[in-house]
Design a protein around this ligand. Structure first.
Ligand SMILES: [Zn+2]
Length: 291
């Protein structure tokens, strides 16, 4: 007799700040979720998980829209361990530096609290550090830097679903348009393309995005991510923030009908994405100067 087919992963739309299709927490099975999002929007997760006890919370990266709420959620799930890459783990255990830099990005502590809520530290004994290439239970882990240095992705070998966080960009259901999140300060398009190679080599059946949903046209979606990184990344070298932002938003609008980048699966604005690409340019220039 063959093993029973695994239950398909289910999306939990956390309805972030009252907005549907912004942040998707993936419920892999009754005991496992990926990226719960921030603590301001944990209620839909609590409802979905009522009566069950989590054992595994997988974290792709420690940006607050993915894992800001992990410490708070853990209080409801005393048996859960948090899987995170080594570079991200220290920020979950001691979030002070992460919070300080997020306060700068988001314009102060009050704004940060309104956007993300409480950011509680994760006790060290609840953290399981996962490494590149590691196989744990039904998952394979890969380091997938590019959007964030410390980003990891998880392949579920039972289902073929790849939990790729923001490595495979942002895309909303019903649309083809793929929007790479070139967020400060880590955006690195060379590393990003290598990470996309790794994900492609997994030959996943679906890409499970946080923003937002599952997509089975894997090759096309990844090709569009690469094109977006190249096209909008190269344009950022020659256009100022306003012009670049208008160009990006015209493309988003033509493809999706969304007038702004903000709202197409993200709370980022175009100026921030431009900024991420400038920091990348400065880093490349500084490295060339050092050589
Ligand atoms: Zn994100």
């Amino acid at each position: 007799m063959s093993a029973p087919a695994p239950t398909p992963a289910r999306p939990i739309d956390v309805n972030y700040l009252g907005q549907p299709q912004q942040i998707c927490c993936w419920r892999v099975d009754d005991h496992t979720i990926v990226d719960p999002g921030p603590s301001v929007s944990l209620d839909p997760i609590r409802e979905a998980l009522a009566g069950t006890s989590l054992k595994r919370i997988l974290v792709t990266h420690i940006h607050l829209d993915h894992s800001g709420g992990v410490g708070v959620l853990l209080r409801d799930h005393p048996d859960a361990e948090v899987w995170v890459g080594a570079r991200g783990a220290r920020h979950l255990i001691s979030p002070e530096r992460l919070v300080a830099s997020a306060e700068q990005v988001y314009g102060g502590a009050d704004n940060l609290a309104a956007l993300f809520g409480e950011i509680a530290s994760v006790p060290e004994d609840r953290v399981r550090i996962v490494g590149d290439g590691e196989a744990i239970d039904e998952f394979i882990v890969a380091e997938t830097p590019g959007h964030a240095k410390h980003h990891v992705s998880f392949l579920n070998t039972l289902t073929g679903d790849a939990y790729v966080g923001d490595t495979a960009s942002v895309r909303l259901p019903g649309h083809q348009f793929v929007l790479p999140m070139t967020t400060p300060p880590d955006t690195d398009r060379v590393a990003w393309n290598r990470s996309l190679d790794v994900i492609e080599e997994w030959r996943p059946t679906r890409l499970m995005l946080t923003h937002f949903g599952a997509y089975d046209d894997v090759a096309l979606h990844i090709a569009r991510t690469r094109e977006g990184l190249k096209h909008f990344g190269d344009l950022a070298a020659i256009l100022d923030a306003d012009t670049w932002g208008r160009t990006l938003e015209a493309a988003v609008g033509a493809a999706t009908g969304h007038a702004q980048v903000k709202g197409y699966g993200t709370t980022m604005d175009a100026a921030t994405l431009w900024q991420g690409l400038q920091i990348e340019r400065e880093r490349i220039a500084a490295a060339a100067g050092d050589a």
